[in-house]
Design a protein around this ligand. Structure first.
Ligand code: PLP
Ligand code: KYN
Length: 421
């Protein structure tokens, strides 16, 4: 699609007809009348998930009972799924486990990274991150700082461009979201990792908004740790277990403070003292939610059938189209784009600020265009190339234009705040 001329719905229908990913939509259950632009919060359900849930609950749990830990491969599932996910992260076998939540994995990664940094140079006491990072990342860092009580401090940058200046001889670890949850800013992983490591610090990436959405090359960047979730672009289901990647050079060196029995060298020896297992298994803590974990495989199987390069180029094209259409058709209504336009700086969602953003998003949702709202004033639209097309983007912007033109967002029911936005 060209991105400058006046765009019609017909152009979009034509683009959909030649889209190499068009068949993937059939793999997802999306209700009639819904235009789903929130796969960056909760991915759509793979059709296969229902059958998988029936198998896990009916056969594996119902018939297999406790035997399924061995016979259905439950015990090895975090590692097996980690190996399956690895190619989407540019990672190798034995480097990823699917387990716990992103917050918990970040706790493990940050604690481990700090222990490694302290062994190299105990005078490094600063953790660098950004003020605009997803709040849980900053809260987890605060928690570790107070738990360790060794004089660590958090240094927050206000702009991506301020990063290199903020990382110095006092820095132990840099912890950033690869794609920013609000703006969609994308860091250059390889360059940033190199700059951080040159300054003697370790690099942790949060890939919550990257995995399955943008091309990621953890091995190529030679990062230190990474975490992320499976419920967004990997379509694992609400609250599905997250992942942690640990560079092989760190797997057997740092402290993993959530030293539960699943990370023990011999879990079923039932020894009274903890002895960490070798390799990535050390980053497991305790028993996993097997039903939820099993469903992660359905999303992975779909994602692995697609070419990540096709996903990325369609994501950029759909987002370009979204931005162009909003600028062309909604110019009079005060939406301000806060997502970088440059492809190399943009993840897979598009965000606009508007003083009435909350009410506008609720009005959109009432019309079946589902995005979400983030403070302050941000309307956020996730771009998921496996189940969104060009005509969907056109139709969504058409509804947005109509809501803005008719001020139909201006109703008391659209002002009422829900617990989850
Ligand atoms: C960058 C980022 N990190 C972490 C999280 C959340 O982590 P958790 O799944 O532990 O709630 C999110 C979204 O919820 C996120 O966008
Ligand atoms: N886990 C959730 C539970 C409920 C509602 C939203 C979320 C999200 O994932 C939000 C997302 N991380 C965000 O970037 O805003």
């Amino acid at each position: 699609m060209t991105s400058t001329t006046t765009l019609s719905l017909e152009d979009c229908v034509k683009a959909d007809a030649v889209d190499p990913l068009r068949e993937f939509r059939r793999e997802f259950a999306i209700p009639e009348g819904v235009l789903y632009f929130d796969g960056n919060s909760l991915g759509a359900r793979p059709i296969a998930a229902q059958e998988c849930a029936a198998r896990v609950i009916g056969d594996e749990w119902g018939n297999g009972l406790v035997r399924s830990w061995n016979e259905a491969g439950w015990f090895d599932l975090p590692v097996r799924l980690g190996d399956k996910l690895a190619p989407l992260l540019g990672a190798g076998e034995g480097e990823v486990v699917v387990t716990d939540s992103t917050s918990i994995n970040l706790f493990k990664a940050l604690a481990s990274a700090l222990s490694i940094a302290a062994a190299q140079d105990p005078s490094r006491k600063v953790i660098v991150s950004e003020r605009d990072n997803f709040p849980t990342d900053l809260y987890i860092a605060e928690g570790i700082i107070s738990l360790l009580d060794q004089g660590y401090e958090l240094r927050l940058i206000d702009q991506p461009g301020d990063l290199t200046e903020a990382v110095g001889p006092d820095t132990a670890v840099v912890m950033l979201s690869h794609v920013n949850y609000r703006t969609g800013n994308l860091y250059a992983m390889t360059e940033v990792t190199a700059a951080v490591q040159e300054r003697g610090a370790l690099m942790i990436w949060d890939l919550a908004h990257s995995a399955g959405a943008v091309t990621v090359d953890l091995s190529g960047a030679d990062a230190d740790f990474a975490v992320g979730c499976t419920y967004k672009y990997l379509n694992g289901g609400p609250g599905s277990p997250a992942f942690i990647w640990v560079n092989r050079r760190h797997q057997n060196t740092g402290i993993q403070p959530l030293s539960g029995w699943w990370g023990h060298a011999r879990p079923f020896a039932m020894e009274s003292a903890y002895e960490p297992g070798a390799g990535i298994r050390r980053f497991l803590s305790g028993t996993q939610p097997i039903t939820s974990l099993s469903l992660v495989e359905c999303g992975l199987d779909v994602a692995l059938k697609a070419d990540m390069a096709d996903i990325r180029s369609k994501s950029l094209a759909l987002a370009d189209l979204f931005i162009d259409l909003v600028e062309e058709r909604c110019a009079a209504y005060g939406l301000e784009l806060i997502t970088p336009r440059k492809h190399e700086r943009r993840g897979s969602h598009v965000s606009f600020v508007h003083p009435e953003g909350y009410s506008i998003m609720k009005a959109l949702i009432a019309r079946g265009v589902i995005g979400d709202y983030r403070e302050p004033g941000v309307l956020r639209f996730g771009i998921t190339p496996l189940y969104l097309g060009y005509a969907d983007v056109w139709n969504a912007v058409d509804v947005l234009r109509d809501i803005l033109e008719n001020k139909s967002w201006d109703r008391p029911e659209f002002r009422e705040r829900d617990a989850v936005t």
